[in-house]
Design a protein around this ligand. Structure first.
Ligand code: F3S
Length: 108
């Protein structure tokens, strides 16, 4: 599967969803995740993300491995729904895009 990591938090640019051939993205309040049951590992979403949030599972950086489980959990969490069309990024995305340590900002 592929995994959305911390950079997405408080940004949610959504460029990724437009190219997904299997509609595997799920949307929470301030982040998207990938449903590992649906992802076919095509990798087309990786270059679309302006903040490089998406990795193949085997390439997830060491400090981001917690997101592998988070993508699995949140993709089936109540309120996290399928998103298949791009929409405007969160209003303060530009301000947050380069900030490290955003995991505590994640709204589930
Ligand atoms: Fe998030 Fe990047 Fe998609 S910021 S919503 S993974 S384009």
């Amino acid at each position: 599967t592929h995994v959305v990591t911390e950079s997405c938090i408080r940004c949610k640019y959504t460029d990724c969803v437009d190219v997904c051939p299997v509609d595997c993205f799920r949307e929470g309040p301030n982040m998207l995740v990938i449903d590992p049951d649906e992802c076919i590992d095509c990798a087309v979403c990786i270059p679309e993300c302006p903040v490089n949030a998406i990795y193949a599972e085997e390439d997830v950086p060491a400090d981001q491995v917690a997101f592998i489980k988070l993508n699995t959990e949140l993709s089936h969490a109540p309120g996290w729904k399928s998103i298949t069309k791009r929409k405007p990024a969160l209003p303060d995305a530009e301000e947050w895009k380069d900030k490290p340590g955003k995991l505590s900002e994640l709204v589930k």
